[in-house]
Design a protein around this ligand. Structure first.
Ligand SMILES: Cc1ncc(COP(=O)(O)O)c(C=O)c1O
Length: 382
């Protein structure tokens, strides 16, 4: 006989709250969309995507950032991931350098490396990319004739650090890009998951045409299984990217269903998802304070959006041992190394709070604290 499966604590998955996934409403939207437009599936999708879904992306951007991007500048992709890949293939050549935050989404790092790009990290602090450091790096690169292909940034609710670039830094970043004629690729995958009413505008919304390629996603407001994202860019940039979009088009089934669903539910669903993960963030921050508040050398980010808390461990924690201990207790998290642009083994870990059940967070952090204590060097009894 097998007993009940052991309890697990998944702080690893960067997904939205599965509890708010709208299966029933999506099912109804699918029935309506297929009844009306099912024959659309009998041919290949339009290369730039379904106009209705591009309209949703446009409306979403306008409401969040008070700027209305032209519909013809919006292209639907197979997740934000495809936008990233297209930027690496269409805007750079193998061997080119790309400047990015020192800690960055592991998927971006993988795609850029796979495309043969050199990753140039910029140090970050609790407000995101350090623009003073960026300026030095940019000037050195340009002086030595190695102009980077672009600057990539996840400026809002960053993965993994949870930080957001303040307005003044966004302006300075733009100004630097403008001064040195270097394009900015802004990945705003978490832009909608804001916990405070005041959102800082996207860099794209502050820029002149052609200075920024903006990448968005439907994964974090609906679900990554839908595989829908988009980018916004001028025609000149789109023309460099489209030759690399060699997938025969983004799934028309997904696009039809999502466009139909979002017609009625865009803002209420975003709000529901935000609230669910904000509650979890609060529980997680309380649990971290309770368990680690007095541990010297430990600190963590206080994200006001997104899905991640970035935890600094004391340097003397044995990180391999910590992971073994955590796995044995059913805890999953992502190691800091996975997010380091140069793969350095840094004393950090990332706790994702979107997917895990709210009721598991406090106990998961309590167990993690046991693991951290066990993975610290033994204090010598006097
Ligand atoms: C910063 C960032 N960009 C892009 C992605 C990929 O998103 P999508 O599921 O839309 O491809 C992720 C996923 O976690 C991410 O964190």
């Amino acid at each position: 006989m097998t007993g009940p499966s052991p309890r697990t604590f998944n702080f690893g998955a960067g997904n939205p709250d599965p509890g708010v996934f709208p299966s029933r409403d999506l099912g109804e939207a699918a029935r309506r969309a297929l009844t009306r437009m099912g024959t659309e599936l009998a041919h290949y999708p339009e290369a730039r995507g379904l106009p209705e879904l591009r309209g949703v992306a446009q409306q979403r951007f306008e409401r969040n950032h008070h700027v209305r991007p032209p519909l013809e500048d919006i292209v639907i992709t197979n997740g934000a991931m495809q936008g990233l890949q297209l930027s690496a293939q269409g805007l750079a050549r193998p061997g080119d350098a790309v400047i990015m935050e020192e800690f960055e989404y592991s998927g971006t790092i993988r795609v850029f490396k796979q495309c043969g790009l050199e990753l140039v990290p910029v140090p970050v602090d609790e407000h995101g990319m350090r623009i003073d450091a960026l300026e030095t790096i940019l000037e050195q690169r340009i002086a030595s004739g190695k102009r980077p292909a672009f600057i990539y940034t996840t400026a809002s609710y960053q993965n993994p650090t949870g930080t957001s670039l303040p307005l003044e830094r966004r302006r300075k970043l733009l100004e630097l890009g403008r001064r040195h004629s270097v394009l900015i690729v802004e990945d705003d995958t978490y832009g909608d998951i804001s916990f405070e009413p005041l959102q800082v505008p996207a860099i794209y919304a502050l820029a002149n045409a052609g200075e920024v390629m903006y990448i968005g996603s439907f994964s974090k407001i609906l679900g990554p299984g839908i595989r829908l994202g988009f980018f916004i860019a001028t025609e000149a940039i789109i023309a460099r990217l489209m030759p690399w979009k060699m997938d025969g088009g983004t799934s028309m089934l997904s696009q039809l269903v999502a466009a139909e669903y979002f017609k009625d539910h865009l803002w209420d669903h975003i709000e529901e998802g935000r609230q669910a993960v904000k509650d979890k963030r609060n529980v997680l921050l309380d649990a971290l304070e309770g368990e680690f508040g007095t541990v010297p050398g430990m600190r963590w980010s206080q994200p006001d959006g997104g899905l991640f808390v970035w935890v600094k461990l004391p340097e003397d924690v044995d990180r391999v041992r910590l992971q073994e201990l955590a796995v044995a207790r059913g805890i999953t998290y992502a190691t800091g190394q996975a997010f380091h642009a140069l793969n350095s083994d840094v004393a950090y870990l990332r706790l994702a709070f979107g997917w895990i059940d709210k009721d598991d967070i406090t106990e998961g952090v309590r167990l993690l604290a046991e693991c951290v204590r066990e993975a610290m060097p033994a204090t010598v009894a006097s």
